[in-house]
Design a protein around this ligand. Structure first.
Ligand code: THU
Length: 149
């Protein structure tokens, strides 16, 4: 089996937040978003340095639409990867490369399923990027711990 083309490694040096944003920018090009005209790309950094990317995919009946972040996370989980460090998000109206896109609530919950509270979420800003933790963006999270007897 060949290595998925979306997967890259940090072999050329330590991954920086800005480099991860660049990978999210590139991932955004694969967005299929003819209904909202809002394209999103995500780049998920794994603990071993691998990066999984995703883009949002829309469906005309709307409900099956999936966000870029979940595409990246589910691709990694499906490959057996469970240890994640950070995710960078690049999204906005088609053609707007400066927009700062924050993850939706559903994606935050999926992050809480697979990532620790200190997992870093990197968003675009006017002059570069800013990092938040999952705990910042999903306080008082419901999680798997709540279902343990
Ligand atoms: N979307 C994402 O992919 N990620 C986000 O963080 C916010 C929203 C997508 C879903 C839908 O295809 C479009 O953006 C508009 O909501």
């Amino acid at each position: 089996m060949t290595e998925p083309k979306e997967m890259s490694t940090a072999a050329s040096g330590e991954m920086t937040d800005l480099r991860l944003i660049e990978l999210a920018d590139r991932a955004r090009e694969a967005s299929y978003s003819p209904y909202s005209c809002f394209s999103v790309g995500a780049a998920l950094l794994c603990a071993d340095g691998r990066v999984y990317t995703g883009a949002n995919i829309e469906v005309s009946s709307y409900t099956p639409t999936i966000c870029a972040e979940r595409v990246a996370i589910f691709k990694a989980v499906n490959d057996g990867v469970r240890d994640f460090t950070a995710i960078a998000i690049s999204g906005g109206p088609h053609g707007d490369v400066t927009y700062s896109c924050s993850p939706c609530g559903v994606c935050r919950q999926v992050m809480a399923e697979f990532c620790s509270p200190d997992f870093r979420i990197i968003l675009k800003t006017e002059d570069g990027c800013a990092a938040y933790t999952l705990a910042d963006l999903l306080p008082l999270a419901f999680g798997k711990g709540d279902l343990k007897k």
